[in-house]
Design a protein around this ligand. Structure first.
Ligand code: PLP
Length: 391
């Protein structure tokens, strides 16, 4: 039987690396679209020929255009998404909108968050934040009931991952956001591991903030992260991590108190990362054209296949079996997983290893079913070779 979504394979020719490798690492770095060559050449040509006029003609508004393109993928209204360099910076922008000196100063999250986000919030204890971290029981899921219990009247912020980077578990974002709102707290939803592979609807979720980057599932390369701020908050909040891009009259170069402009510039600060923004455009265009619904359908089929193959070999799968609770990655903890990962890389099968997860395999819309079989067969062969060598 032919897979229903095989027509997505026609996009393979857009990604040069797919000819040379078995590319199963879109959870870490999505494949580069060939259009990036032209996008970066265009950037250099613009700089070379238009010089400083490039700001007015293209660059100043590029951050907004890219933000809007990302916003379309998560049902965010125009001008509600600002762009930044990385997710950690997005956390800083959000933190700077709040005051941690009062009674409501608790920050609640799960230990399954991405570590950079946790390092950031732990460091905010020096500014008065009280961190409450809920621990996972099984290394795969987040104990939702305990997380909800921890969100109380003193909670200011709940920074949580939508999809967990280690296990691909999909957090119950709706329940977390509802509880947070019931007690007057705000949620910062990290959609880095969901947007582009799992449907995200910030309006339906009613999240206060959403952030992520484009370099993984959105095939946009390093250097561009996004921050969605719900429009009713966007016009009220005043980030203290700010700068001239957020000023009502940036070219007035006024001396004196800050006068905030409207979103999305309101949440920006200094000069934009233009080359990264240019490089992000081709990937966003392709993902938009393919559509996240089709990507998700194929992802569920392929991750299910990977789980079945891994289980056939008796390897531990650190990813939810229920597709409704699983993002785009399958974490497989076979014996000697770090060494197996290194050997897979040497064979041009691109995956990664994460402690407490195993080897992460992440098929995207451009992967063939045969590539999953190739990767699993290679693991089997490597383990056999290692067993023979150990004798
Ligand atoms: C869920 C999640 N959040 C954040 C990050 C990265 O954060 P930053 O953009 O600050 O490097 C990653 C992965 O790199 C991630 O998987």
């Amino acid at each position: 039987m032919l897979p229903m979504t095989d027509d997505l394979l026609r996009y393979r020719s857009e990604f040069p690396i797919l000819d040379r490798t078995t590319y199963l690492i879109s959870n870490s770095l999505g494949a580069m679209p060939r259009g990036v060559y032209d996008a970066l050449k265009g950037y250099a040509d613009t700089w070379a020929t238009r010089g400083v006029r490039a700001w007015e003609e293209r660059w100043w508004m590029l951050a907004v255009e890219v933000g809007d393109q990302i916003g379309t993928l998560m049902n965010a209204p125009r001008s509600s998404v600002s762009t930044h360099q990385n997710v950690t910076t997005c956390q800083q922008v959000v933190a700077s909108c709040f005051d941690f000196s009062g009674k409501r100063n608790k920050v609640v999250y799960s230990d399954m968050n991405f570590p950079s986000v946790m390092y950031f919030w732990q460091a905010q204890q020096a500014n008065g934040a009280r961190v409450h971290m809920v621990k996972t029981d099984d290394g795969i899921t987040v104990p939702t009931a305990r997380l909800l219990d921890a969100i109380d009247e003193q909670t200011l912020l709940v920074p949580i991952s939508h999809v967990i980077f280690r296990s691909a578990y999909i957090n119950d974002a709706k329940a977390i956001i509802e509880k947070a709102h019931k007690v007057g707290a705000h949620v910062v939803l990290d959609t880095f591991q969901s947007l582009g592979t799992v449907p995200v609807d910030v309006a339906a979720l009613n999240t206060d903030f959403a952030c992520g980057g484009v370099l993984k599932w959105l095939c946009g390369g390093p250097g561009v992260a996004y921050l969605y701020v719900r429009p009713d908050l966007g016009n009220k909040l005043q980030p203290k991590f700010t700068g001239w891009f957020a000023h009502q009259n940036p070219f007035g170069f006024e001396v004196g108190p800050m006068r905030y402009t409207d979103p999305p510039f309101r949440f920006m600060n200094g000069t934009s990362h233009i080359p990264s923004l240019e490089a992000a455009v081709p990937g966003l265009k392709i993902i938009t054209e393919v559509g996240v619904e089709r990507i998700r359908e194929k992802s569920i089929r392929q991750t299910s296949k990977l789980i079945a193959l891994a289980e056939r070999h008796g390897w531990r799968v650190n990813t939810p079996r229920d597709p409704e609770k699983r993002g785009g990655t399958v974490s497989i903890d076979m014996p000697d997983a770090p060494e197996v990962c290194r050997e897979l890389l040497a064979r041009d099968i691109l995956v990664d290893y994460r402690p407490q997860a195993g080897v992460r395999m992440s098929p995207h819309f451009y992967n063939k079913d045969e590539e999953l079989e190739t990767a699993i067969a290679a693991v089997e062969e490597i383990l056999k070779e290692r067993a023979v060598a150990a004798r």
